[in-house]
Design a protein around this ligand. Structure first.
Ligand code: HPA
Length: 248
């Protein structure tokens, strides 16, 4: 079964033929909401809205451990696709662009970011050289091709703490570090999936130019984000449908 974690702009998945919903409790507390089980074409899917159904949980308050535990240990998923909105920093990653990142830099702080917090399993260090699963990224990129959309397959994702957006100088610094896109939820989600040995990849929608980027150096216009997200999330759904059709 495939898990899809929906972010801003994707609180429900209209292409999912819903079969049942389940409230899951975990040793790490409550996930962001109920798990919605169903199918997309031949593929069994479980969907979870990262920020809650009413979009009420900000990025720094998402219970990432409960979400990942619920999907992997309770629902038993084999792969996880994260859908997320990001700011674009590279000229080709303009608002509306779709991206499957290949690397992450973590700037978040104060989040509960591991299942290995001492105690029984002892001290565990997981390998995170390639933070996203290569095969699952490939499947997303093939699905993007099949859906007829340009999807960039190479981008470094900077995970920032939020909930505020960045200053222009912070974005300059992230760019100097080698980042191409910036979002607030990529970590610790990716590493928790790795700790649970579950393939994880992300498909990101560029919602806006990151602070100080693009054709304007003035402030970010929130009224311009919503229509971009709406259109591009439609494309993401199509990519996911093609991925599901190609599975099984
Ligand atoms: N910065 C951080 N996170 C984001 C942005 C941004 O500009 N846009 C969407 N998520």
């Amino acid at each position: 079964m495939l898990a899809i974690i929906g972010g801003s702009g994707l609180t429900q998945l209209s292409c999912l033929a819903i079969e049942r919903r389940e409230v899951v409790r975990t040793p790490y507390g409550e996930p962001s909401g109920t798990l919605t089980f169903g199918s997309i074409g031949p593929q069994q899917v479980v969907f979870l809205a990262r920020h809650g159904h009413g979009h009420t949980i900000p990025p720094h308050r998402v219970n990432y451990r409960a979400n990942l535990w619920a999907l992997v240990k309770a629902a038993g998923v084999s792969d996880i696709i994260s859908v997320a909105s990001v700011g674009g920093m590279r000229p080709d990653l303009h608002p509306g662009a779709l991206v499957v990142p290949h690397q992450i830099i973590d700037y978040t702080w104060g989040r509960l970011a591991t299942f290995f917090d001492g105690g029984d399993p002892g001290v565990v260090h997981v390998d995170f050289t390639e933070p996203y699963d290569r095969a699952l990224r490939e499947r997303l990129l093939c699905a993007g091709d099949a859906a007829g959309f340009k999807v960039s397959g190479s981008a470094v994702y900077a995970a920032t703490q939020g909930p505020r957006l960045e200053s222009a100088a912070e974005i300059e610094r992230l760019a100097r570090d080698g980042a191409d896109i910036v979002g607030m939820t990529g970590m610790p989600e990716a590493v928790l999936a790795r700790e649970l040995k579950t393939p994880y990849a992300a498909v990101c929608v560029v919602a806006n130019w990151a602070a100080g980027r693009g054709d304007s150096t003035s402030s970010i216009r929130f009224d311009q984000i919503e229509p971009v997200l709406h259109e591009s999330m439609g494309k993401v759904k199509s990519v996911i449908e093609h991925l599901c059709a190609a599975t099984v």
